[in-house]
Design a protein around this ligand. Sequence first.
Ligand code: UD1
Length: 421
Amino acid sequence: MDSIVVTGGAPLSGKIAIAGAKNAALTLMPATLLSEEPLTLTNAPRLSDIATMTALLQSLGVEVTSMQDGKVQVLSSHAMTSTTADYEIVRKMRASNLVLGPLLARHHQAVVSLPGGCAIGARPMDIHVTALEAMGAEIELKDGYLHAKASGGLKGAKVPLRFASVGATENVLMAATLAKGTTVIENAAREPEIVDLAHCLRRMGAQIEGEGTSTITIQGVDRLGAATHPVVTDRIELGTYMLAPVFAGGEVECLGGRLDLVGSFVEKLDAAGVDVTETPDGLKVKRRTDRAMAVDVTTEVFPGFPTDLQAQMMAMLCTADGTSVLEEKIFENRFMHAPELIRMGADIEVHGGIATVRGVDRLKGAPVMATDLRASVSLILAGLAAEGETTVSRIYHLDRGYEHIEEKLSGVGAKIERISS
Ligand code: UD1
């Protein structure tokens, strides 16, 4: 299995191009199921999660043509052969559940395995199910699969979500585009990936209002057509690389970065003593002082601090001046990076969903491994600042969400290499 070796201490300088958002692409790709006509996605990221979604869609009969080294994906659902999302693919990635809404909407039936994905908590699907049932679907759980049907098609409805789930909002938004009548999603998630999905669906002919707010109104139409859509910038990849110069020193410009995608994160960086400036091409980041300052962080739904940047922020706070308290409010069990950071010399105490991080002067390189995507990248970042060598194993998690990470970081001066074994 491949590993990545990072040697700490090299200050960074240069530009990193931020890719299209994994989490946007993973909901835009299944949107193709809503139309017989092709959907072309540009600025697509090159990641193993995208390959997994491709395999899932192909298993349903979707034709997927990849161009420009994977940056352009053309998807066509004109000759569908199946409405069953098999466990063998779904278990690899929770986002596979995003085929449920579109399949129900256009084919009036779907059989979707309950998902797998990162080991970060229970991650049930009750919100998706309750919402689609409100639209007239009948859904049963049998042998680990959700069996869903909507005889005569889905109907527009008032759909209040008990929690602003990203995936449930996306499933209902897609489903509602072809439902009869008007659907109003209340307590909708407001993440930029949902706004991006709404823009794409609108290009396909959907009638949607209110994306980016807590109430999204969708007027169902009879059919959707062809569209070309550029995937929004990956705000989590952006936030991750914005932290790199905070660990290593120096200055990095993240090309394609936008403040509106990372507002709450930038506020915390500012409080920690990090300067973020807008440039014509993105965002430039530099530490104001030798050492970052401690800050408290609570993860929340957008526009709050993203849970997907919590591990990276915790790694940064390990060597900050003072004590920081991190509260994880989105996923239980999302501090698996803490024991690994402790092996590198960090002083962290975890009680339930709260981690207390006492800043130490320096981390020391060590062999480490991680059990989820963002935890893995937090260890790479920690390695940039640590004394000596850090070897991160099980990096298949990283390849799910970061394209060419070693090339992007070595391109700005980091000492990092992938070792194949
Ligand atoms: C998406 C992102 C993920 C991110 C998360 C929160 C994708 C592909 N993934 O995941 O990277 O960390 O948003 O920003 O976009 N929940 C329920 N019942 C449900 C659905 C969710 O209890 O039916 C709970 C989950 O267990 C979790 C919380 O709600 O505790 C947030 O989940 P949700 O917003 O649905 O996240 P995902 O869409 O899975």
